[in-house]
Design a protein around this ligand. Sequence first.
Ligand code: PEP
Length: 255
Amino acid sequence: MINRKRYCIANFKMNLGFQSGIMNYFSDLNNSSVRNNSSVGIIISPPFTVLNQSIALSEISKIDIDIAAQNVNDNDSGAFTGEVSVRMLADCGIGHVIVGHSERRAYFNESNKEINKKNQILIKSGITPIFCIGETLDQRQNNLTKITLKEQLTKGLNGTGNKEIIIAYEPVWAIGTGKTATSEMIIEAHQMIRNILNDIGFDGEKISILYGGSVNRNNAKELIGLEGVDGFLIGGASLDAKHFCDIYKFIEESV
Ligand code: PEP
């Protein structure tokens, strides 16, 4: 297992297709002053339809960029219309996949069991899961944050072994709402996650834990300075390459 590293990860969700932006996005990245080094990983997660083009663009990019998928099916192959397997992603050269995003848990009823299968199948194939966990507002208000995180981590990582994984702590109520969690909440949750990881047989100190939830270029500098925060998973603000680069620079300055 390698030591923890900082990351700046974009999640485009159902935005930025080929005509509608991915070409311009890469050209904005290349025209920016960002020239990354190995201490901060840049990963972007475009929709499935442009994964191949994104990989091709990343290969000729002046910046070192990894491409992630936003989802994967938990079966090897078969009659699953509309789904994409781990093998297919590996064939494209995908190195990371977002798993357990709260939108998938909420809108596609993904259970911890299904998420666990995805984590297992990815790790077995040498692809790193970007494993999202986080409490709803209701859970936080009812003092269920720790229990929720513990359940998501314990069930989601069951049987995966102490392998390469990136965790994204994303309080559900902070995603796409413009409301970030307070500094105290973020520090406390990241420490809680590290303790839980240690309790369930992982080395919490070696696992990168990112924060996600309405990160933008105005709050990134403060958030990256918080103890235990190893970078960000960014939705809305990542859709503009210039904003994404500004956020990246704050992470790089913090190393
Ligand atoms: C996300 O979707 O993972 C996310 C953090 O979104 P946003 O940055 O828009 O809150």
